[in-house]
Design a protein around this ligand. Structure first.
Ligand code: FUB
Length: 322
């Protein structure tokens, strides 16, 4: 009898919790630890390129061996396509697979990655940016250059070895491509039409509180620079806007507070099926933390004047879209 009562009580509790559990969409990926979201809308599908945290629970540093790809057509159900690229696919690279982003141009998909260079005179073993290319958003991706696009000694404004990370590539309506990246300062360079060669000098910027993780896009003629910034104890997200992809950038404020249980946060923004979405990562999964992060997504809302309302980071996340 006692057992029956217990089972009944547990079932009742389960039924009460079920609607809430079903509603909790965040984090959106729970079977692996993912970070640094880079969503791309192509052919009515959202492709989500991510970093992959594999550090142990006690680790005090990153262990990131490859980049993963997920896809969705409703923003709720995500298909895991597995690892699609790794630093091992670049003969010149070694070490961790930091943040990456994919840009499409003329039916080709360019996978810009931050990783580390094997030690040589040009790189001193520092962080470097490479580019791989494929005919499909799901690959197979191959090193497009056979050498790094950006290596450590090309940028000299910051002495630390990991200032050349977090590429974000934006192609303007006139076809000109721009790559933004950086840790400690923001750097920008134009890319040639082939998307794998630099076109001109590197430009340097110091947006207020900038740390890393730039995400650049254009909406209604206004250019947005969103980035991970220096918060009070942990990173948060701030943003700036400009009338030109080359700046100057006008500071607009805080877009998202620090993410729970993670020192870093990293923005990725899309408009999909009429709604605006803000991707980021936090450390809320069981055993999660700064080196075992998880990607989440919430709605983003623009004001009439183009400014963006502060994003509310929720457990519920977003609803399925048709
Ligand atoms: O994931 C490794 C690094 O942490 C990324 O490159 C940064 O943006 C931060 O999220």
């Amino acid at each position: 009898m006692r057992l029956k009562i217990k089972i009944f009580t547990l079932c009742g509790l389960g039924l009460m919790l079920a609607p809430q559990l079903l509603k909790a969409q965040n984090p959106i990926i729970t079977d692996v630890f993912t970070a640094d979201p880079a969503p791309l809308v192509y052919d009515d599908t959202v492709y989500l390129y991510t970093s992959h945290d594999t550090a142990s629970v006690s680790s005090t540093n990153y262990e990131m061996k490859d980049w993963l790809v997920f896809s969705s057509t409703d923003m709720k159900n995500w298909k895991n396509h597995g690892p699609k690229l790794s630093p091992k696919d670049f003969s010149w690279a070694t070490g961790d697979a930091y943040a990456a982003e994919v840009a499409e141009r003329d039916g080709k998909f360019y996978f810009y990655v931050s990783t580390f260079h094997k030690d040589d005179d040009r790189s001193n073993g520092g962080a470097a940016i490479g580019v791989a290319v494929a005919d499909s958003p799901l690959g197979p991706f191959k090193d497009a250059k056979g050498e790094a696009l950006i290596y450590n000694e090309m940028t000299t404004d910051n002495p630390h070895g990991w200032d050349d990370i977090d590429p974000s590539v934006f192609v303007d309506d006139d076809g000109q491509a721009y790559m933004y990246w950086g840790n400690g300062s923001l750097k920008m360079v134009k890319l040639k039409d082939n998307m794998i060669e630099l076109d001109g000098e590197i430009q340097y910027y110091n947006p207020k509180n900038f740390i890393e993780g730039p995400w650049v896009y254009k909406r209604k003629g206004l250019y947005y620079l969103v980035y991970a910034s220096k918060g009070e104890e942990r990173e948060r997200v701030e943003y700036a806007t400009s009338d030109s992809p080359e700046g100057p950038w006008e500071y607009r404020g805080i877009l998202a507070d620090s993410a729970p249980n993670s020192f870093t946060i990293h923005p990725g923004i899309i408009e999909y099926k009429g709604k605006d979405y803000f991707f980021y990562h936090n450390g809320v999964l069981p055993t999660g933390g700064s080196y075992r992060r998880s990607i989440a997504v919430d709605y983003m809302y623009y004001n009439e004047d183009g400014t963006i309302q502060k994003v509310e980071q929720t457990e519920e996340g977003v609803e399925a879209v048709e």
